[in-house]
Design a protein around this ligand. Structure first.
Ligand code: FDA
Length: 503
């Protein structure tokens, strides 16, 4: 007894969901998007849509009493996190035994909270991860399409070299050069022309006001401003917010029936809804999609799902760390939150690492160089369904994180030796932890392309059921993932719309 039905339903409005919604809408297919987070469009009492990073409130995190920022401390002091009141905030940190995963919540998913780095992977490594995907077509058609749709742009080189806002990146580049390492500029979806106006004082500051992980009030081309705006513009797409899909089953006629809880801003379930559709697109992210499919297989609502659903998950080898520079190597009191440069040692076959030069904007000179290292960690983990909680457990262990750490350490030991510098011990909690290896920004896998699905994201065992998000990526990509997720979703949608939905 479905109360609402649509030809197509998309679960989640991050990259995979936004691409699916736009392409379905353009094809004239009425599409409903179900998103558990809120729509971030109207200002709070302070006049801004997102709260600030320095004084976060309930808007910062998904139903928390206290914020859980990646950098827990500064000079070992608990000065970073704040008590907040529970609210469907924009950033979530999903905790598993030995690993926690940061994800965006809201219309636009991860695009609302991420650093905007839009990186095209090295083609040879892409082919290693996706041996059955036609790389020529990806690099000739789908990566360019994704870059253009997402509004990818690059920083003006002359401005980069001269502005105080990127002194931190130039200082890290110098340390890398002293080590004989290569650095590379990284494109971004943050509008650099807008950032220039922020610096000139003619536009309201966002990237230059510390905003990023709790949302950017200006400048960021998040999905709600790109793909999703176009999707709504087709007139065929509707987005329902604060609705969390819990269960998926298949009706006797082959259509899909979903159960979703609608919550209010206190988190209380105010309604449980049933939806029906012919075509179902899973785009709830690596964690969300994998959980939905694993629960469906284990509870027997979609029993024919492949045994590989729930496997092949990785952290993209993420490790965060920081170095202390010499007093004369200043990073500047002013730091833009938008990263534009990485240390590219991926070609080093003994120890492949790509390290993003990350900002640490505090408004004070602190001599810290912060990095998010992406290592070629081959470790993978599986999820298991836990009937006692109706949730999933992740089998990732601390020993598996240690593999990422040893790779990051090899690279940064070299950098420290060449520069006679040391690590910072005060940023990741009371234990003087140097390598933050217990969280990832880049959850990947769980429903891997070509294993849990066919080579185009069609879920094995069922027809008209698709995965379009980061769960397709087999655990490691070597670069920040959203551009690849977007390009793969474009590839899937092109195929599905030409082969599966024809009348
Ligand atoms: P994504 O997570 O974007 O979207 C899934 C959506 O589904 C979410 O909106 C979620 O609320 C919703 N959902 C989940 N379960 C649901 C359910 N049961 N019912 C309804 N809705 C549900 N990447 C990059 O390339 N460059 C970068 O600079 C960064 N930086 C960065 C910083 C930070 C702080 C984070 C947290 C992440 C990044 N990333 C990044 C990673 C990037 O954001 C991430 O890879 C993508 O958002 C993943 O896209 P997906 O489409 O897979 O899911």
């Amino acid at each position: 007894d479905a109360v609402d039905s649509a030809p197509a339903i998309v679960i989640g409005s991050g990259y995979g969901g936004a691409v699916a919604a736009l392409r379905l809408g353009q094809a004239g297919i009425r599409t409903l998007v179900l998103e558990m987070g809120r729509l971030w469009n109207n200002p709070g009492p302070d006049g801004t849509v997102f709260c600030s990073t320095s004084a976060p409130d309930g808007r910062s995190m998904w139903f928390r009493n206290r914020t859980e920022a990646p950098l827990a401390t500064f000079l070992w002091l608990d000065v970073v996190n704040r008590d907040i009141s529970p609210y469907p905030g924009v950033l979530d940190r999903v905790h598993f035994d030995a690993m926690s995963v940061y994800v965006g919540r809201g219309v636009g998913g991860g695009s609302l909270v991420n650093g905007g780095m839009a990186v095209t992977p090295v083609q040879s490594y892409f082919s290693e991860q996706f041996p059955t995907v036609d790389a020529t077509e990806m690099y000739g058609t789908y990566f360019p399409r994704a870059r253009s749709m997402l509004g990818v742009n690059t920083i003006d080189r002359a401005w980069f070299e001269s502005t105080e806002w990127y002194r931190f990146a130039r200082t890290s580049r110098k340390a890398a050069a002293n080590t004989g390492l290569k650095t590379t500029f990284v494109p971004n979806v943050y509008d650099f022309a807008y950032m220039r106006r922020e610096a000139d004082g003619t536009a309201t500051r966002s990237a230059l006001a510390g905003e990023v992980i709790y949302g950017n009030n200006h400048g960021k081309r998040s999905l709600d401003k790109t793909y999703l705006a176009s999707a709504l513009g087709t007139g065929n797409v509707t987005i329902n917010t604060l609705e969390r899909v819990r269960e998926i089953r298949r009706a006797a006629d082959g259509t899909y029936v979903l159960t979703a809880d609608r919550i209010d801003v206190t988190g209380a379930v105010v309604e449980t809804k049933q939806y029906g559709c012919t075509y179902l697109f899973l785009a709830a992210g690596s964690i969300g999609t994998t959980e939905l499919l694993l629960r469906a297989r284990e509870k027997g609502t979609l029993p024919a799902l492949d045994a590989s659903v729930g496997t092949g998950w990785g952290t993209n080898g993420n490790v965060m760390l920081a170095r202390a520079n010499h007093v004369w190597d200043t990073v500047g009191a002013d730091e833009s939150t938008i990263p534009v440069m990485g240390i590219d040692d991926w070609a080093n076959a003994d120890n492949p690492v790509f390290a993003e030069i990350a900002p640490l904007p505090t408004g004070l000179e602190h001599w810290v160089s912060l990095y998010l290292a992406i290592t070629k960690n081959p470790q993978r983990a599986s999820f298991t369904y836990d009937p006692s909680t109706d949730g999933v457990k992740l089998g990732w262990s601390a020993a598996q994180s240690a593999v990422s750490v040893s790779m990051a350490k090899k690279l940064f030991d070299r950098i420290n030796t060449a520069n006679s510098t040391i690590y910072r011990y005060d940023l990741f909690g009371a234990g003087s932890k140097v390598f933050a290896d217990d969280f990832t920004y880049h959850p990947l896998g769980g429903c891997v392309l070509g294993r849990a699905t066919d080579d185009h994201g069609r879920v094995k065992g069922y027809s008209r059921l698709y995965v379009t998000d980061g769960s397709l990526v087999p655990g490691n990509l070597g670069v920040n993932p959203f551009l690849t997720i977007t390009a793969l979703a474009e590839r899937t949608m092109a195929r599905v719309l030409s082969e599966d939905t024809a009348p």
